[in-house]
Design a protein around this ligand. Structure first.
Ligand code: URA
Length: 305
């Protein structure tokens, strides 16, 4: 084991210990695991394994332990070692393990409906987007099972949704209902349905980037409350926003993606499917990927259309 690895082992151990001290609620910690060189080796970026160690201002060692196997000279110190490492937070742990996850605390299932209700009230009083506020009849926060295993995310309310305050209740909504019930064999009330923006963009235009920025925190908080096991992103705005990419839908769909660690499938928006029925077979394939992962038996259900 070289000095590079030893230093990383120490850093990881310190992070885990300070996390345990802080009682951070990410996963039950229990006794600290033994950290082996091979675990660390797989976490070391290739360049740092191949290149000679470089001193960095944030990467200062605590007092070196004597190690007869060390072959690399101790790194020069540019500043004294901090007496205690900074407290670990889920975010720092996330970056350490390259798996950001959801940083908000887990809300017990029985408290989730109320948490969603309070959030919906906050959404109803939101005035961040002047144009959308002036245009809306109702905000459309989303609805469904507060502990849903599967959450659908669309783009934004249309006219019927704006009139009723409920997501996906117009023509596209009827097709989504069929996808959920006839296609997947679930009930609408088993899943949670939400949108990227909670107010109807005028004339059903795409939401502006600023509107998405203003609103996305509400969806993030809904996801953090519900903790779905799977996400299904409906259409380009939802997929590109949550997957933080400008890739076209044709390349995003049909394969597993991750949003904050949650296994995620992007597929065509039901409104697009109404205009392009030949794409329904793609969406049926995408839904079957979800069904397999969720352990839902796949019967011949007429290809999602
Ligand atoms: N289209 C969407 O993206 N969301 C809705 O709620 C309705 C139509």
């Amino acid at each position: 084991m070289d000095a590079d690895h030893q230093r990383l082992i120490r850093q990881v151990r310190q992070r885990l210990e300070s996390l345990a001290r802080a009682g951070v609620d990410r996963a039950p910690l229990g006794p600290l695991p033994a950290i082996t060189p091979s675990m660390i080796a797989s976490a070391v970026p290739r360049t740092s394994r191949a290149e000679p160690p470089r001193a960095s201002v944030v990467d200062q060692p605590e007092p070196q332990e004597a190690d007869s196997s060390a072959t690399v000279a101790p790194l020069p110190r540019r500043r004294p070692a901090a007496p205690t490492p900074p407290p670990a937070t889920p975010a720092t742990i996330g970056s350490l393990f390259d798996e950001p996850g959801i940083s908000e605390p887990v809300i017990p299932p029985e408290e989730r409906p109320e948490a969603l209700r309070v959030l919906a009230e906050e959404i109803a009083s939101c005035v961040r987007c002047e144009v959308l506020c002036a245009n809306r009849t109702n905000t459309v926060p989303g609805e469904g099972n507060a502990s849903a295993r599967l959450m659908f995310v669309g783009e934004g309310p249309g006219q019927t949704e704006d009139e009723t305050g409920r997501p996906f209740v117009g023509k596209a909504g009827k097709l989504l209902d069929d996808m959920i019930t006839k296609g997947m064999g679930l009930r609408r009330q088993d899943v949670f349905i939400a949108n990227i923006v909670k107010c109807r963009p005028p004339n059903n235009r795409d939401p502006e980037p600023e509107e998405v920025r203003n609103c996305i925190g509400y969806l993030e908080r809904q996801i953090a409350i519900i903790r779905p096991e799977f996400l299904c992103l409906l259409g380009k705005p939802a997929a590109q926003t949550l997957l933080n990419t400008s890739m076209p839908m044709g390349r995003l769909r049909g394969k597993w993606q991750r949003y904050k660690g949650i296994p995620t499938i992007a597929t065509w928006h039901p409104a697009y499917l109404l205009r392009n029925p030949s794409a329904k077979k793609d969406t049926w394939e995408d839904l079957q990927m979800l069904m397999k992962a969720m352990g839902i038996p796949i019967q011949k259900r007429g290809g999602g259309g």
